[in-house]
Design a protein around this ligand. Sequence first.
Ligand code: ATP
Length: 317
Amino acid sequence: MHSYSLIAPAKINLYLEIIGDRPDGYHELAMILQSIALADQIDVRSNSNRTIHVHCNHPQVPTDKSNLAYRAAELMAKEFPEAFARYGGVDISINKQIPVAAGLAGGSTNAAAVLIGIDLLWKLGLTQSELEGLGARLGSDVPFCISGGTAIGTGRGEQLSPLPNLNNIYIVLAKYRSLEVSTAWAYKTYRQQFSNSYIKNTNDLVARANAVHSGAIVKAIFARDTGKIAEKLHNDLERVVLPAYPQVLQLREVFANQQGVLGTMMSGSGPTVFALFESEQQAEQVKLYVTEALTDGDLELFVTRTISHGIQVTSSV
Ligand code: ATP
């Protein structure tokens, strides 16, 4: 019997632009994705009964086939039936620290960890690009979560171009525990309201997606100009989520008025709002201030930082 423990970091979006529609029904996106230190721990263990089991310490996370980690294991079993037969099934344990349905890719990073864990358990020796290909079949954010760090994501977000490491920018994340925003709702509502401004011509669509590579925020990342990065944060989905969720708008406004905040933005489809800081001390001070100013037991705040990696294996038995 073998098992692996893996760290599965969350991500934030430093940039999210909706460019147009795709023939597959998804949106054509240009994103900049950034791994953060806030992470779940995933344990994967071979069992001898050819079944997949998921256990999670968080009551909101399903443990059936709707769990993305379960679906990652199921995909591996389907793709590698001989290894599945030889090594048996897998027990997956998720120690959830990443807020759920928060725009932080919690499910996607769990799935990425399971792909890597099973690759090791079954001694498959898959390349990063093979793992990313499998990940893309599970969700648009899964390929990024595999190698993590800082990257441009185009297409559905799964076509990745790595950017230079952007370690140790400090972050405060704020999320109301009981507030969830459905990613599908956010994109559908955006389409209803703004599809008249979508780029329709395929060549123009590709050109627009490519333009992000030479955009101001990418230049700021290459220069590690934290102030400029913070100034150029952007998320089109704020246009639909902020008007519909006044609590999220309020968090944005409270952060924007704090000393030491370099920039603030909603991550992904929300409702998590993040703020960037030069130092951990400034981040801790603002976390304290916001906790006291809003006095809401439903609000959770985390101090974390940018990191340069995705899934990491911490131990094997
Ligand atoms: P993204 O940023 O990729 O859109 P998210 O952070 O907004 O993702 P998740 O935390 O992945 O959202 O949760 C979205 C939904 O997926 C939840 O409602 C949850 O029930 C379900 N889910 C399935 N598997 C998982 C998992 N392993 N961890 C968390 N949620 C999961």
